[in-house]
Design a binder for this molecule. Structure first.
Ligand code: ADP
Ligand code: MG
Length: 460
């Protein structure tokens, strides 16, 4: 039997059938390496890049440890953000279909407390949450972890970066000492090693090296004085004119400033970071995915877990200190065999970071790119689509066909002028070609969709 088949590890027949129904034909490399250890109850540090299937690895392990007849929290997964917690919860729920009566509760900030308390009172076997909110529930004694068997720190490196260390330690101190502790991470900075030593017992480390193909990511470094960063950034956009780009910044404030600066210079850019509420995040992602915006300015944390398809360019507005984070960032471009470009701006004092990156990748002449960039004053990078928001969504039973029908029927737009349609619970978003915007707005604000008049606005 091939060692990457799920049936080669100690999973139930029902689970193997379930995995088959999910289309999981064989284990991913990180699953093949970690599952045998995880199912034996070992403490594990697993390091593999985003998208390698880490969730199913720990998800299968924790489901295996749960006794459905015992009504207490037996597994806790801590995640850095609500978005990631929701993704993890979704994946574990799918895996839990193979086991009867498993209850999972998500505990994240930004959601009302009451319903969470209610769900916990009904008995939860698994809790997936963000550190702050989990700690809140422990403080209020609405959550009890004395029966915990498995603790998972997912994206542990991010949680450390976000300053959750004390909160995590406080939570861990309220769990039994004989628990199984699993650390999942895309990078392995010093902080993780230290953390592992204080919370894990005889941990086994499992690593799957990332399969970035540096050959098809062109990496270029541009030196700029500190006050020239913005101008260099503009020059890079003008020179390369990438169709889709993520610009990485260190702080939320910097993201906002850079996005504002780009917009002031006729480049359609939006900032995405942890200060946005869920609706704002949704809007930004919808607009990026439907081509109403070609540039996202993001923090590392915000870019994590975003399902961004192959980007034409990644730009480092500032270089990270950790070369691994750099490699991780640039891995978002040049996917699926397409050539990508990674452009980095550095100041003279950041030369050490460039050297560290070159050493790490064993590329001696990596920053050897003295190139003059042409500037063209009439340049703009405007998206050809704009997004209209409709104040009606799934709850009012709106379907993409209704919107498409209204716009191409009565409003008289061509199908080709309408782009992606995204339906959310209470609102929907439609991408419209900029040139057809006025017609679409005129019709939608006066006419009807599914026989109802609906409020519409262009989002900006
Ligand atoms: P990570 O946490 O490592 O970033 P995820 O756990 O989010 O990655 O998995 C990435 C994607 O791969 C998900 O859509 C998941 O459903 C899918 N996936 C996981 N394991 C398998 C598998 N064995 N076969 C096929 N797809 C898988
Ligand atoms: Mg993950």
């Amino acid at each position: 039997m091939a060692s990457d088949s799920f049936s080669s590890v100690a999973l139930s027949k029902a689970q193997i059938a379930n995995l088959e129904s999910l289309g999981y034909k064989k284990m991913t490399p990180i699953q093949a390496q970690s599952l045998p250890l995880l199912l034996k109850g070992k403490d594990v540090i697993a390091k593999a890049k985003t998208g390698s299937g880490k969730t199913a690895a720990f998800g299968l392990a924790l489901l295996n440890s749960i006794n459905p007849r015992f009504f207490g929290v037996q597994a806790l997964v801590l995640c850095p953000t609500r978005e990631l917690a929701d993704q993890v919860a979704k994946e574990i729920r799918r895996l839990a279909r193979a086991t009867a009566n498993i209850k999972l509760v998500t505990l994240c900030g930004g959601k009302p407390f009451g319903p969470q308390v209610g769900s916990l009172e009904h008995g939860a076997h698994i809790v997936v949450g963000t550190p702050g909110r989990v700690q809140d529930h422990l403080r209020k004694s609405t959550l009890n972890l004395s029966g915990l068997k498995v603790l998972v720190l997912d994206e542990a490196d991010r949680m450390l970066d976000m300053g959750f260390i004390e909160v995590m330690n406080d939570i861990i101190n309220q769990t039994p000492k004989d628990r199984q502790t699993l650390l999942f991470s895309a990078t392995y900075p010093d902080g993780i090693e230290k953390m592992s030593r204080s919370i894990q017992r005889k941990p086994v480390m499992v690593t799957v090296e990332s399969e970035h193909k540096p050959a098809i990511i062109e990496q270029l470094f541009y030196e700029a004085k500190k006050h020239q960063r913005n101008n260099t950034l503009l020059a890079l956009f003008e020179h390369y004119q990438p169709a889709t780009t993520v610009v990485f910044c260190h702080t939320k404030k910097q993201c906002d400033e850079v996005a504002d600066f780009l917009r002031d210079n006729r480049i359609d850019a939006l900032a995405i970071h942890g200060d946005l509420d869920q609706r704002e995040r949704d809007q930004v992602l919808v607009r990026f995915a439907n081509n109403s915006c070609s540039v996202l300015v993001a923090t590392d944390v915000a870019a994590r877990g975003l399902d961004i398809k192959s980007l034409h360019a990644v730009i480092n507005y500032e270089l990270p200190r950790d070369p691994e984070i750099y490699v991780h960032r640039i891995g978002r471009t040049g996917r699926a065999g397409e050539k990508g470009i990674a452009l980095s701006i550095f100041t003279p004092s950041e030369q050490v970071r460039v050297n560290a990156i070159a050493d790490y990748q064993k590329k001696p002449s990596i920053c050897d790119v003295p190139e003059s960039l042409d500037r063209d004053s009439g340049f703009s990078l405007q998206a050809n689509m704009v997004t209209i928001q409709l104040d009606a969504g799934r709850k009012s039973k709106i379907r993409p066909g209704d919107i498409l029908g209204a716009l191409t029927g009565d409003a008289g737009l061509a199908g080709s002028q309408i782009g992606k349609i995204d339906i959310f619970e209470l609102s929907s978003y439609v991408a419209i070609e900029r040139t057809a915007l006025r017609e679409a707005m005129n019709y939608l604000s006066q006419g009807k969709v599914k026989g109802r008049s609906i409020r519409v606005r262009k989002i900006r």
